[in-house]
Design a protein around this ligand. Structure first.
Ligand code: C5J
Length: 223
């Protein structure tokens, strides 16, 4: 079975792919968080929420492994490089108190994954200090245990944490597909460019497909 994807069909195996949901946390998606503090229009990210919720419901029903990630630093910021904290000319920086608690700090209300996509017990939740989900986490050790070789990517933001993680996974031998309407950026032109970069050169990083194509192939293959 195949997902109707770009630049060519994405083959599904007997073992289902994992659904990877990158950083759908209040910090990036809601007013008053880190994304907002950086001057972004966070409303732009809302469009992918119902799409990811639909994919998540299908993944859970069909028994796909689900991996959630969250960009977060320890409360003492010992895992936040000074260069990352200092960068930008903003009023609030990582670790400063905002309306949803300390920005990008593990355990703060603003660091939680949004209610619509809350992880269930048993689903993997990777807390990552970097943009890529393999850097300084256990993800590389966890994936073989799940028997996963194929990864379906969703989340925010397309050109930052999603693309970084997809490239890290590609270098580690995973077959990666990005769900086009299941990801958003504060900059629509960066999202478009990322989709093009991933699929150029016959899929140099992987594939892109619509959620409709992904869901219909998953239902046909594993339903
Ligand atoms: C950013 C992310 N944009 N999740 N993080 O800093 O893409």
């Amino acid at each position: 079975m195949f997902i109707d994807a770009h630049p060519y069909p994405y083959a599904l195996l007997k073992r289902p792919p994992a659904l990877v949901i990158i950083d759908m946390q209040r910090d990036f998606v809601e007013p008053g968080g880190f994304g907002d503090a950086l001057g972004n229009d966070v409303g732009r990210l809302q469009a992918c929420v119902p799409v990811i919720a639909r994919l998540l419901a299908v993944a859970r029903r069909l028994g796909l492994p689900v991996i959630h990630t969250r960009e977060a630093h320890r409360p003492d910021l010992s895992d936040c490089p000074p260069a990352k904290r200092q960068r930008g000319n903003c009023r609030l920086k990582i670790g400063d108190a905002g309306p949803m608690g300390r920005l990008l700090v593990d355990g703060e209300p603003g660091n939680a994954i949004i209610d619509a996509l809350k992880p269930l017990p048993g689903e993997v939740e990777i807390v990552k200090p970097g943009k890529g989900a393999f850097y300084s986490t256990q993800l590389q050790q966890i994936l073989p245990g799940l028997g996963v070789t194929h990864l379906l990517f969703t989340g925010v933001t397309t050109e930052v944490c999603v693309q970084t993680t997809m490239r890290e996974a590609n270098d580690r031998g995973y077959q990666c597909l990005l769900v086009e309407d299941g990801t958003e950026s504060y900059f629509p032109e960066f999202k478009r460019a990322t989709l093009d970069m991933i699929t150029a050169q016959s899929g140099i990083v992987g594939w892109v497909a619509s959620s409709e194509a992904v869901i219909s192939a998953l239902e046909r293959t594993y339903g």
